[in-house]
Design a protein around this ligand. Structure first.
Ligand SMILES: *[C@@H]1O[C@H](CO)[C@@H](O)[C@H](O)[C@H]1NC(C)=O
Ligand SMILES: *[C@@H]1O[C@H](CO)[C@@H](O)[C@H](O)[C@H]1NC(C)=O
Length: 566
């Protein structure tokens, strides 16, 4: 997500200009009925630190996220940690059953680097129990005809690599990552055919090294993130080359990267400055990583802007590192597919920042982000449902990067209410709208191979702790054993998967009704089962959480309702 102040401060100003410049979005008005190409892969996603728990069990080393969440108050909302998360480490069978119930074709998850290599260094120690855990999980998926799509690094760097070398600030990470990824190819590559090197590296370096909102919590304004990204891009390239040289012939898999970006729509199409600003937004967001990988270098507009500002700030060299000629050719062409994560859209207008304000990724872009207050806002602050932006981003990626095979690796919506809410009709609308725009993008010619909805479970959402719930399955975090309950969207997504799209208006309408019917039975299940366990553990709970109060009230209302009916 973006710096929120930019959004909250500026939306007020947007209304009059927006009304003058555009009226709705005509293309979205027409829902497109049709099906996806045969073999299109449907899935859900997650990551290790967000779900596994067992943070210090069976030989796992600490990650920067363990250190970050343990380092004191105020780092994460509610001072939550991922120490036990969803306990997924202990629930291989149960979670596999949920995936089967959803009838997905693939599951996207990540390997925990410090679970496999406790110190981060392959030459030092390989944790066999970590290998065993992922072996069991991958085998359970395959047994159920679910294709594993595996992320090598989803933000949980081994803490020792941070302490010893400064993490991604240090070029030595390239080789450590290279050796780690090589271990993964060797151990799992006979069964895993889809590899993602990095997940949303932009957020990783921006929040980890610029704003400090994520581990390792550094604030090296306008420098640290560019340096970290530079090493990430080279590390990605090294992993791809290693796969290409050593494993591809035998294993026949694909290696790509997953990049997240919101769509940036020019605020005012009659203003060339806004059009340029929107282009710049996309280049700083997506092009930063995609351009080196697809074209061999950073986007020209990044080099120009950061170079110019660096000079004005009295620096002899640009804060954006340079690739040597050799590195350019080494990095270029190192993705077998493009993974795209996407959640929402922004309007973009030009806004010049003075160089004297100091180096920062935000100021380097010379733009502001705005939102339309009429867009439906979902659970996460700043997350608005704007399906048409998805199609535009997909079309943009198609034309910018030479029509690559695209896997949508993340797309989803979080829960608006803190309270238990299995009737997630708003998520059903989001799914329907966004998946339909993806179908239109395929009709436009984009080569989209699969779609991963975010996420399987409610999980640890980084600086938001457990407050943002993205899951198809509700997780009762306050109850021992972390029971899971299906939300109504499970039923809906299942129907989309079964039909491989949206066959006709009548059928799609019945899905909606059918899905909503399930939530009363599910609510009942949630209300009765864990209520008992709540009572059972009541003595352990000092202060009842908002969540459990909500459940309690919901359960009482339901009981009353049932009584009055019978
Ligand atoms: C990278 O790590 C090496 C070895 O610890 C150290 O000598 C070097 O100063 C580090 N570089 C940076 C930029 O931190
Ligand atoms: C990476 O692996 C190679 C081959 O086993 C080894 O020679 C090298 O020292 C390793 N690099 C690091 C940084 O551990």
């Amino acid at each position: 997500m973006k710096p929120l102040w930019a959004v909250t401060v500026w939306w007020v100003l947007l209304v009059p200009r927006l009304e003058a410049s555009r009226r709705g979005s005509p293309e979205e008005a027409s829902f497109y009925y049709g099906v996806f190409p045969p073999g299109f892969s449907w899935g859900v996603g997650s990551s290790a630190y967000q779900t596994e728990g067992a943070w210090d069990q069976d030989g796992k080393g600490p990650s920067i996220w363990d250190a970050f969440t343990h380092s004191g108050k105020g780092k994460v909302l509610g001072d939550d940690t991922g120490d036990s998360a969803c306990d997924s480490y202990y629930k291989v069978q149960e979670d596999t059953l949920l995936l089967r119930e959803l009838s997905v074709n693939h599951y996207r998850f990540s390997l925990s680097w410090p679970r496999l290599l406790p110190t981060g260094v392959r030459a030092e120690r390989v944790n066999e129990k970590g290998i065993q855990f992922y072996n069991d999980f991958i085998n359970a998926l395959l047994k159920n005809n679910i294709t594993p799509i595996v992320t090598l690094h989803h933000w949980d760097l081994p803490q020792l690599l941070q302490v010893t070398y400064g993490g991604w600030q240090n070029a030595s990470m390239i080789e450590y990552f290279g050796n780690y990824s090589d271990l993964c190819f060797e151990a799992f590559g006979d069964r895993v055919k889809h590899w993602i090197t990095f997940s949303d590296p932009r957020a990783m370096v921006e929040k980890g090294y610029e704003t400090g909102h994520h581990a390792p919590g550094l604030r090296l304004h306008g420098t640290g993130l560019y340096k970290a990204a530079h090493h990430v891009i080279k590390a990605h390239a090294q992993a791809w080359h290693s796969y290409n040289k050593k494993w591809r012939r035998k294993q026949q898999g694909l290696v790509g990267i997953s990049l997240n970006c919101d769509w940036g729509e020019p605020m005012d199409f009659s203003d060339p400055k806004d059009i340029e600003a929107a282009e710049r937004y996309l280049q700083f967001c997506l092009g930063w990583f995609a351009n080196p990988i697809y074209a061999g270098d950073y986007p020209q507009v990044m080099k120009d802007h950061i170079g110019e500002k660096s000079a004005e700030q009295g620096l002899r060299v640009s804060r954006l590192p340079e690739f040597s000629l050799q590195e350019k050719s080494y990095v270029k062409g190192t993705s077998d597919f493009l993974g795209l994560g996407h959640f929402t859209t922004r309007y973009i207008a030009e806004r010049k920042y003075l160089s004297q304000q100091g180096p920062s990724y935000h100021n380097d872009q010379d733009l502001i982000q705005l939102v339309d207050p009429n867009w439906p806002e979902l659970g996460s602050q700043g997350l608005y449902s704007v399906p048409w932006g998805f199609r535009r981003l997909l079309n943009f990626a198609q034309t910018q990067y030479g029509d690559p095979p695209i896997y949508v690796t993340e797309n989803g919506a979080s829960q608006k209410l803190h309270c238990t809410q299995l009737c997630d009709e708003w998520r059903i609308r989001y799914l329907k709208g966004y998946i339909n725009e993806m179908l239109k993008a395929i009709k436009d010619g984009a080569n989209i191979k699969g779609y991963t909805s975010w996420s399987l479970l409610d999980q640890f959402e980084w600086e938001k702790g457990y407050a943002d719930r993205y899951g198809f399955y509700y997780v009762e975090f306050n109850v021992r054993n972390k029971p899971r309950y299906p939300k109504a969207s499970v039923q809906y997504y299942k129907e989309i998967i079964k039909a491989n799209g949206f066959p006709n208006p009548r059928e799609v309408e019945t899905w909606h009704l059918k899905a909503l019917e399930t939530c009363s039975t599910n609510n009942q299940m949630l209300a009765t089962e864990p209520l008992l366990s709540h009572m059972h553990f009541a003595s352990e709970v000092v202060v009842p959480t908002v969540g459990s109060l909500c459940i309690l009230i919901a359960a009482l209302l339901l009981l009353l309702l049932l009584r009055s009916h019978s």
